[in-house]
Design a protein around this ligand. Structure first.
Ligand code: HEC
Length: 456
């Protein structure tokens, strides 16, 4: 821990790109659409790399950070009091990332269900560029596994019926050895333009609360379903996910403000923009999703790149693999790490046929992607691609400036934005990600922690 009394946040040095000139070979090119990215920097090696050590946060919720538990052992250094005064995390924690990650990834007060063999941190090599129309992000990180985390839960034929197979590694069924660890890798950005109070100092932790999925004091399903705003009569949710404190009257997730008050915050731009590049549910169709965070983690209006592959009436998948394109109508668990298994409506799928000679153990993805079905604000991010080679993901995507949808941050050159970065690696979701303190990213702005480079 460093208590350097300098307000400079610019100490993360830009280093020369160690990966420059790397030849990227697509992991299974079959079915990948050609994504037009004409304006993407033609030479990323000329864009400086900012290396950020993303770390495991466990259950360090905003409520935990604001409590007396957030103090040094001798109680002299008070994280909670500093939080209340709006001191940013970086001020106290710069260079603590590896130590905090290693500590929290083990069993302890902030990690009740540690994942065996999980690393406490991961290095993100980040590059940011822009032109007049778009921001360009390039992210590289090494995966724990010698294969890309491209698989996601499946429907498995058990001889009679199709039932779920696969869960993330923090789930009890996986830790008890009752189900396989299967979940897609992700790279996420959580963005604010200055309209969300304290996001610049508390970052992602502002959205992270007790009561949420996989957090302390997880809310009971019945309680959420009965909740006026979140439940059956409102958003129709069954759990609590990321939300902003501005939408609550106290630090209790259930203590929401009224619908009218929340709508007023939204209209004033007091929400965060959340984009996730997903190895299974968006990458195959060259997209990232587009969400926003306010009283919940909300889908942007319209239709995103993925849907559930399940016909509720018939209790069967909607689509199966097209044998002519995939080689078979289903896959098997023994195959899922050696070839891409994502199902995409227009690339490798045909309507499910219940009359085929299905065998026990046949697998069909529980979700399918579609670029054609994606519409509206949820489909803004149509230029994204990730390739995995030699143990490393390289993800490049663009974000349009000047978006006017009410659920997007309208970004533009000349400004800086606070961004939270996250990586989900090795079959995991929710708190199992690696995160970083809030950083400002400037697109020709006067002052920022990370300066995007202007490209023609
Ligand atoms: C006044 C400085 C200060 C600020 C500002 C601060 N912290 Fe802390 N933080 C501490 C102290 C002191 C500890 C206890 C560390 C120790 O005992 O070694 C701590 C511990 C933590 C831990 C637990 C680490 C572990 O290994 O158990 C996490 C996680 C954490 N802080 C996150 C944050 C985040 C996120 C922010 C910003 C939203 C933040 N802190 C802001 C001082 C601060």
């Amino acid at each position: 821990m460093k208590f350097v009394l300098s307000t400079s946040k610019l100490s993360k040095r830009s280093i020369t790109n160690p990966l420059a000139g790397l030849v990227i070979v697509l992991f299974g090119t079959a079915g990948l659409p050609s994504v037009s990215m004409s304006a993407e920097p033609s030479d990323w090696s000329s864009i400086p790399v900012t290396e950020l050590t993303l770390f495991y946060p466990g259950q360090s919720s905003l409520e935990w950070l604001m409590s007396e538990a957030h103090r040094s052992k001798d109680k002299k250094e008070k994280g909670d009091e500093a939080m209340a005064k709006g001191v940013d995390c970086f001020f106290c924690h710069e260079d603590d990332e590896v130590a905090i990650g290693n500590n929290l990834v083990k069993r302890g007060p902030l990690e009740p269900m540690p994942v065996k063999g999980k690393s406490g941190s991961v290095k993100l090599a980040l590059q940011v560029a822009y032109d007049n129309d778009k921001a360009y992000f390039r992210a590289q990180w090494k995966t724990r596994n010698p294969y890309p985390g491209e698989a996601h839960p499946f429907k498995r034929f058990d001889g009679k019926e199709w039932k779920g197979l696969g869960h993330p590694k923090l789930d009890k069924v996986v830790q008890d050895g009752k189900d396989s660890a299967i979940y897609e890798d992700r790279f996420s950005l959580l963005i604010d333009d200055g309209n969300v109070p304290n996001y610049d100092v508390h970052g992602c932790w502002l959205t992270c609360h007790d009561g949420q999925r996989d957090m302390a004091d997880k809310a009971a399903k019945a309680e959420v379903k009965g909740h006026a705003i979140l439940g059956d009569k409102g958003l129709k949710k069954k759990d609590v996910r990321k939300y902003l404190p501005s939408t609550r009257n106290s630090d209790n997730w259930a203590d929401t403000k009224s619908r009218a008050e929340i709508d007023k915050i939204a209209a004033a731009g007091g929400f965060l923009d959340l984009m996730q590049w997903r190895a299974h549910r968006s990458n195959p169709v060259g997209m990232t999703d587009d969400f926003n965070v306010l009283e919940y983690r909300l889908n942007d209006a319209g239709k995103g790149p993925f849907s559930k592959n399940w016909d509720k009436q018939k209790h069967q998948p909607k689509y199966m693999y097209d044998k002519a394109k995939f080689g078979s109508n289903a896959t098997r668990e023994s195959q899922i790490r050696s070839k891409p298994v994502a199902l995409s409506r227009e690339l490798n799928a045909v309507p499910f046929d219940p009359n085929l000679n299905w065998q026990e153990g046949d697998l069909i993805p529980a979700y399918f992607t579609s670029r054609e079905d994606a519409k509206g604000s949820a489909a803004d991010n149509r230029e994204a691609k990730g390739v995995w080679k030699d143990g490393m993901w390289t993800v490049v995507f663009s974000r349009k400036f000047g978006l006017t949808n009410p659920d997007d941050k309208n970004m533009s050159p000349g400004n800086a934005y606070t961004i939270g970065f996250a990586i989900h690696d090795d079959n995991i979701t929710t708190r199992g990600h690696y995160v970083y303190w809030p950083r400002s990213v400037g697109f020709g702005a006067e002052k920022a922690d990370i300066n995007a480079i202007k490209v023609p």
